[in-house]
Design a protein around this ligand. Structure first.
Ligand SMILES: Cc1ncc(COP(=O)(O)O)c(C=O)c1O
Length: 282
């Protein structure tokens, strides 16, 4: 089976599912989401994703039944019969006549989709990807995994138009925040550096797992402010994300990073991360 979904506990093919036009997720982006990677039929890093979902829901004052949601996610995945998949989970504040203010006690809308996920071809991963930079124009609560993704969508599209994989959001003072759907790391003199967590970035689950994996492997990891100029002086730059995992960046704004090849630290971390996935150690 492929592309299965669940809307408030009702299961079926994605193409047949609908939500009402007065859903606040549709009207206002009044909703939060999570994306899970399913490896070998297992929801990878489930607890971490549900914890972050709980934080996002709390941050926007949305009460949803997390236990029911977890049951629906498991059942949608089971019915999909997919082993390598991506689970998208979207919780909106619910349905009400359009008005910015929300009535109390709305029933949240919960949408879950499961789609097959094809791994990035090995040759592509070995070659690495290009990135561009774009001005940081987003709101100041990027730690909430909100579905208000218009700036991210436009940035990604700009990257694709430029023949790149990702767009990195950079503040006017040169501070690098994150990609449109990834976090970013640099490697310099054998140590890793990545923007510190806070309202300026999404606390990526893969970011955390890679920080832990790198430390286990003996690397120093500094979580701090990273400047764009540092990317150009780095030995390696890589992106992290649920479906991206650890992916080397070999060019930023048409400037080569180091020798323009995916570095050994990135490669080694990707392999260690893949091993961790195989072990189910999340
Ligand atoms: C803006 C942004 N930053 C970072 C990430 C990476 O987070 P995760 O590793 O949890 O997928 C995402 C993932 O969608 C994202 O949208």
């Amino acid at each position: 089976m492929s592309a299965w979904c669940c809307v408030n506990g009702r299961y079926g093919p994605i193409d047949e599912a609908t939500v009402p036009i007065n859903d606040r997720g549709f009207l206002f982006g009044d909703s939060v989401y999570e994306v899970f990677h399913v490896h070998d039929g297992r929801l990878w890093a489930a607890e971490r994703h549900y914890r972050r979902l709980g934080r996002s829901l709390e941050a926007i004052g949305l009460n949803a039944d997390l236990e029911a949601i977890r049951g629906w996610v498991d059942e949608t995945l089971r019915q999909s019969r997919l082993a390598e998949a991506m689970v998208y989970l979207h919780v909106t504040r619910g349905v009400a006549p359009r008005n910015h203010a929300f009535p109390p006690d709305l029933k949240p809308t919960v949408v879950i989709t499961v789609r097959p996920l094809v791994a990035m071809p090995e040759a592509e991963r070995r070659r690495g990807v290009k990135a561009i930079t774009v001005p940081e124009v987003r709101w100041r609560r990027r730690d909430i995994k909100s579905t208000n993704l218009l700036p991210n969508v436009l940035a990604k599209q700009q990257a694709i138009r430029a023949g790149a994989y990702e767009a990195l959001f950079v503040e006017a003072d040169g501070t690098v925040n994150e990609g449109s759907s990834t976090n970013v790391f640099l490697v310099r003199d054998g140590a890793l550096h990545t923007p510190a967590k806070g309202p300026q970035i999404l606390p990526g689950i893969t970011r955390d797992l890679l920080v832990e994996t790198a430390r286990e492997q003996g690397y120093a990891v500094e979580e701090r402010t990273v400047k764009l100029s540092e990317l150009f002086e780095a030995d390696e730059v890589f992106l992290s994300g649920t479906t991206t995992e650890a992916l080397g960046v070999v060019e930023v704004d048409s400037r080569r990073i180091a020798d323009g090849q995916v570095g050994l630290v990135t490669r080694g971390l990707f392999e260690a991360y893949s091993e961790r996935v195989r072990q189910g150690r999340d």
